[in-house]
Design a protein around this ligand. Sequence first.
Ligand code: E4P
Length: 214
Amino acid sequence: MKLFIDTANLDEIKTAQSWGILDGVTTNPTLLSREKGNFRNILRSICEVVDGPVSGEVVSLDAEGMIKEGKDLATIHSNIVIKIPMTLEGLKAIKSLTAAGIRTNTTLVFSPLQALLAAKAGTTFVSPFVGRLDDIHQVGMDIVSQIVTIYENYRYETEVIVASIRNPLHIVEAAMFGAHICTIPFSVMQKMVKHPLTDSGIKRFLEDWKKVEK
Ligand code: E4P
């Protein structure tokens, strides 16, 4: 499974990159709004740190505007992937950008049928938002399972990025369902490595090591 970080914060990205497990980055307008500096410079800096897909999102609502923005964002760096919202206009933009050789990440996906349409339009990545579904008491992971099955049934090459992850269990379930990628907030990524038995085990080994003749 590939692990992306879901942030536009360069310090978090550099730290996760130093762990040697980072495959890509996703940003969105909300995440960029939390950072200081011009958004293009932020995206460029992220691409210089991480050698993998870096999603930047369009804000136009019409296909023509999305395509124009997408082509412009793609000039920032070859790692840039264009995030397009799941709408009819978005589908048109995905088709056109894909034909132009520009990779897309279809975002704000909340149903398997939306994901099917995005794959048919040729999107490179699709992002089901599991946490936001959980928030409205629908089981978000259900659509991940459905999307993975549908893509396997028809051999779509679109990769599933499980997004809107709120806790480590979302990642376990995503991996069990065979999702290609999880995009994970920094705080959840830190939690993945932790286990109290690991910590107490290290403490005990170090204490016992003191008693070993050297
Ligand atoms: C990633 O592509 C999404 O923008 C992100 O995971 C959304 O997460 P949220 O629901 O916590 O805002």
